[in-house]
Design a protein around this ligand. Sequence first.
Ligand SMILES: [Zn+2]
Ligand SMILES: [Zn+2]
Length: 432
Amino acid sequence: MNLTIHRGTNEIGGSCIEVQSGNSRILLDFGMPLLNASGKPFNFREYENLSVNELISKSILPDVKEAYSENSKIDGLIISHSHADHYGLMHYLDKDIPVWIGKATHEILKLNNIFLSQENNIENPNYFERWRQFQIGDFTITPYWNDHSAFDAYSFLIEANGKKLFYSGDFRSHGRKKEVYKNFIENPPKDVDCLIMEGTTIGRNTIKSKTEEDIENDFFECFKNSTSINYVFTSTQNIDRLVSIYKACLKAGKTFVVDVYGAQLLEKLSEFAKLPSLLKGYPNMGVYFYWKLTTKLMHYGFEKMAYKYIPKKIKKDDIISNPSDYVLLVRTSMIWDLKRMNVKDGNLIYSMWSGYKDQSKTKEFIDFFEGNNCTVIDMHTSGHADVETLREYANAINPKLIIPIHTNNKQDYKSIFDQPILELDDNQIYTI
Ligand SMILES: [Zn+2]
Ligand SMILES: [Zn+2]
């Protein structure tokens, strides 16, 4: 079995792994980078007019042979979860490559196409199921469900020709699916030759991550004492976080207000898990119709997605007259409406990775709230395993070899883990 990490040996984001055995070739993830070559936030709009060859020469697209043109020789693409750093460039691949994906992940991608103007259309998806083996050519693949900040995340056991490769994907042990992690540690895959393991938090000095329940409690303490509005700036796709906010709102007697995208995501994903959903009778929830988003939905013929939430509509005047009743989920594209709400003296709770604060849009957004006398509060726990968890995970699998991925600090693996480490470079071929 030959493996090539096309991107990810020395960075967080843009993960792409190719595995070949016999006549079969598969890709694990096809992500968009988070940073560009000069270390600034990656902005795909700067490159969208370039051809595939130009994008390969600039190392934006991974140099995977026979993957982009028609009659591709790739037998399958497997997407681990719905974060763009794992799927964001897949629309460049030959459309005939079979895509294997979790069903909920596909639902998220479909909504992202509408609400975030992405173009990842998968015409004939193959849905894998938790812990159920499937076959692509010579490969037997088992998806393991993960605790991660993405809703439907997996790691994969890849078997072919008597060899076993395990790809961790992104994971943690302190989220709302910690039981899933615990179960994995108690029943790990055995006799693994090679573990490709993420190490996002390595080098970040994370001592012990707060749990998602700790964050829920932090929200509650903040909400219950606040006398004005609370804005929460987080990723709408971080469903664990939305649940924490909702539960804290319920306890503190606040109404949790999302936009149509948030409402639609929660509704779709409530088909897969017990989630607060506006049309399923959950109290203390409302929808704010942001002008820009609603206009866009109408323009593209998706207005029905918005109209069904009209009975749950929270109006600007409701918020202005009783700001302390509300907790609003916000993101940068809502600034036009937020300016017109003209609410001062509230809290802006920043609930994402602090690194995003370097992005100019994020900076402007936070400045806007500070300029309106809002208190900016950080409240977050990572979507990734802390070092203690990574060690526990590696010891449970106890592979013959660990290869670092999704890390800025592969050189530190040797001092952290008890198993042999192989530091690969991007595009280097390794034979297991
Ligand atoms: Zn990632
Ligand atoms: Zn992720």
